[in-house]
Write a protein that binds this ligand. Structure first.
Ligand SMILES: C[S@@+](CC[C@H](N)C(=O)[O-])C[C@H]1O[C@@H](n2cnc3c(N)ncnc32)[C@H](O)[C@@H]1O
Length: 314
């Protein structure tokens, strides 16, 4: 599968894991896809369900996709905008980036959001305690070359076509207002912030949030997949032992890349938690994983490892 990359990027983007998640997602034919933590939307966008509710607490993400859906942002308009702003950035350099950042924080334009997301350091979204975008400049004044703009315009085109072809809703809501709407036959894909990582205005995630999410998912009639982390070299995710052990857990090794050198590759065991049996045969390596937890716990149904090596920017 060639993964289609969406026009907006965010921390924890699941581009490298989208195929794995897709392989295990069990959406019924007439069911609705619920994605309460859409972020970039890369998972659902690659599944292309005919009905979907994409939601996020971050209004800038939702405004951006609703603008595409309404036709306020088209591939042509985005191209024109990025050509104009890209030329200004090239001429004026860093100060122009900060001018746009200020403009975005005053007025919240979705096109400015796109510009910042692609010109900022590491291509992420981060907001300070006042909800203002605060990522510094990525130091590439020539960022918006023709080929790069074409790539972004095509990413917008992909979403534009899908929103005209399918029934996709984009809603700015807390997950507690989204998950209860899912019915039997629907499917819920959850990718909440990981506790302690990427904390910012829209990514604060507490023990209470984690617990409430598991409670809602446990009560859901729909099937679900929850993405989380399982363990790294130093520790394992306490939520697996506390809440997820009752479900099916699949894991996969994933390499986060910090800097260029080999030593900076940090292996992380990513997990998906499912409330049904895996759809595909999986390679089992139970012993190694169970060693992390209580081997005598009879309630652990599966802990399965399917290792792959991939790279992703941190
Ligand atoms: C890890 S990111 C999702 C990444 C996404 N799966 C992707 O591949 O791009 C988590 C998202 O959850 C959103 N979020 C954080 N707290 C939330 C809440 N209480 N309700 C809904 N969304 C929330 C954040 O704004 C962020 O976009």
């Amino acid at each position: 599968m060639t993964v289609k990359v969406p026009p907006l990027k965010c921390q924890g983007i699941k581009t490298k894991l989208a195929e794995w998640i897709k392989d295990h997602a069990a959406l019924e034919r007439d069911g609705t896809w619920f994605e309460p933590f859409m972020g970039s939307g890369v998972v659902g966008f690659n599944i292309r369900p005919s009905r979907a509710v994409f939601a996020d607490i971050n209004p800038h993400i939702i405004n951006f996709y609703n603008a595409i859906k309404r036709g306020d942002i088209t591939p042509g308009l985005a191209r024109e905008f990025l050509e104009h702003e890209g030329a200004q950035l090239q001429a004026k350099g860093e100060s122009y980036y900060y001018e746009i950042r200020e403009r975005f924080n005053q007025a919240g334009s979705s096109l400015d959001m796109l510009f910042l997301n692609r010109a900022c350091f590491n291509g992420v979204m981060r907001f300070n305690r006042k909800g203002q975008f605060n990522v510094p400049f990525g130091h590439k004044p020539q960022r918006f070359a023709k080929a790069y703009i074409t790539k972004i315009a095509n990413q917008i085109k992909y979403v534009q076509q899908a929103t005209s072809q399918y029934d996709w809703q984009f809603a700015c809501k807390d997950f507690r207002k989204v998950i209860p709407d899912a019915r039997q036959g629907d499917f819920i894909y959850c990718d909440p912030p990981y506790i302690g990582r990427h904390v910012d205005y829209f990514n604060a995630w507490s023990e209470k949030d984690e617990q409430e999410l598991y409670e809602l998912l446990s009560a859901a009639q729909a099937k679900f997949i929850l993405s989380t982390w399982h363990s790294n070299r130093f520790r394992s995710n306490p939520a697996i032992e506390k809440y997820a052990y009752r479900f099916t857990i699949l894991t996969r090794e994933h390499f986060y890349h910090v800097g260029a050198s080999e030593e900076n590759r940090n292996p992380m065991l990513e997990a998906i938690v499912l409330n049904y049996n895996p759809l595909l045969p999986v390679e089992m390596e139970v012993e190694k994983q169970l060693a992390l937890f209580d081997k005598n716990n009879p309630e652990i149904r599966y802990v399965i490892q399917t290792p792959i090596k991939s790279q992703e920017a941190p």
